[in-house]
Write a new protein. Structure first.
Lengths: 115, 113
């Protein structure tokens, strides 16, 4: 069974631009959650989608948004990039919602650098 | 609001020794608690979780954690450390039945031969 796939793996953008990251969950998984990891703020939860609906959201500004498609693939978008958005963005999938899951499976992450 | 404190940014043990990684949480309502591991240059992996069932939770790779409400703790243990356990470990708390985790700063486990 293929694991969680995240594309692209590395990305360089400049301030003010926008970026879209993609996450393909394990086949059959309906929940996708997103996380940001930075040296300064550590690990932070962004949001979770289940069956195309955002069911949980962390404390991030509206510049951070996401969506989930009918095939469970998910995208997250960051508009008007700031230097502080440089981070490793991780996504995870699980068969049921992340509060109930037997386990989550994480992707390798997308490393975003904002110049 | 919930919070998590991981005591010790680095913990060093010898191979074969007991691993004890400390996590204390703050929450006004019953929490869900999680331990995650991040191996060097890899993504996260869920080790185990507590969701108000058994207070002693067994996870993968021989790790377990015990929920102690009176101490507001959820320490992670493993009887015998392996070199392959060297990684960053994160404790997280979520409350209210929703999965909106707050993570600790992480503890780096160093295993000496």
């Amino acid at each position: 069974k293929a694991g969680v796939t995240q594309t692209p793996r590395y990305l360089i953008k400049t301030r003010g631009q926008q970026v879209t990251l993609s996450c393909s969950p394990i086949s059959g998984h309906r929940s996708v959650s997103w996380y940001q990891q930075t040296p300064g703020q550590g690990l932070q939860f962004l949001f979770e989608y289940f069956s195309e609906t955002q069911i949980n959201k962390g404390n991030f500004p509206g510049r951070f948004s996401g969506r989930q498609f009918s095939n469970s693939r998910s995208e997250m978008n960051v508009s008007t990039l700031e230097l502080g958005d440089s981070a490793l963005y991780l996504c995870a999938s699980s068969a049921v919602t992340s509060g109930d899951q037997e386990t989550q499976y994480f992707g390798p992450g997308t490393r975003l650098l904002v110049l | 609001a919930q919070s998590v404190t991981q005591l010790g940014s680095h913990v060093s043990v010898s191979e074969g020794a007991l691993v004890l990684l400390r996590c204390n949480y703050s929450s006004s309502v019953p929490p869900y608690l999680f331990w995650y591991v991040q191996y060097p240059n890899q993504g996260l992996q869920l080790l185990l979780k507590y969701t108000s069932a058994a207070t002693l939770v067994k996870g993968i790779n021989g790790f377990e954690a015990e929920f102690k409400k009176s101490e507001t703790s959820f320490h992670l243990t493993k009887p015998s450390a392996h070199m392959s356990d060297a990684a960053e470990y994160f404790c997280a708390v979520s409350v209210g039945g929703s999965y909106i985790p707050t993570f600790g700063r992480g503890t780096s486990l160093i295993v000496h031969p």
